[in-house]
Design a protein around this ligand. Structure first.
Ligand code: HEC
Length: 124
């Protein structure tokens, strides 16, 4: 292998690493929780009473918006930008994020909310 080919390959490889570091990937918006645990918690807290949630058994509620593809949405409740920390806060106490919202406080702990947010943020 000619040395310059080797060098250009390294250059190309490090350029793509840099690019990957700079471009915000959809995953970067996802909360750093345990999504699989979150999926189970969604069933446990019965979010499906109101919401339809893909991947969660019996979560087929139609009283509120479906959470299908929620990870692709830019806003929470159409009001605040969807960011992991805001989503966690929303799940713990919706009215603290959007005053007057009809989504009730579900008694979710901060830790559980983190895992639920990781699951919801990953819904494509
Ligand atoms: C009693 C019905 C009800 C239950 C139970 C409920 N929600 Fe909601 N949820 C709502 C309503 C109503 C909205 C819309 C609020 C608004 O627009 O202000 C909402 C909105 C949301 C949104 C924002 C959706 C969007 O597209 O912007 C998320 C995320 C969410 N709920 C998650 C949850 C989770 C997680 C649980 C369980 C811990 C849960 N909800 C339980 C009624 C409910």
């Amino acid at each position: 292998m000619l040395p310059h080919t080797f060098v250009s390959r390294i250059a190309a490889a490090s350029a793509s690493v840099l690019l990957a570091a700079c471009l915000p990937s959809p995953q970067a918006r996802q909360a750093s929780g345990d999504a699989e645990r979150g999926r189970k918690l969604i069933a446990q807290y019965q979010c499906g009473e109101c919401h339809s949630v893909p991947g969660v058994e019996d979560a087929r509620g139609t009283r509120a918006v479906t959470l299908e593809s929620f990870g692709l949405r830019s806003y929470i409740a159409g009001r605040v930008p969807q960011q992991p920390e805001v989503l966690v806060r929303w799940i713990v106490e919706p009215a603290a994020v959007v005053p007057g919202t009809t989504m009730p406080r579900m008694g979710v702990s901060e830790r559980d909310a983190r895992d639920i947010a990781a699951y919801l943020g990953g819904l494509r």
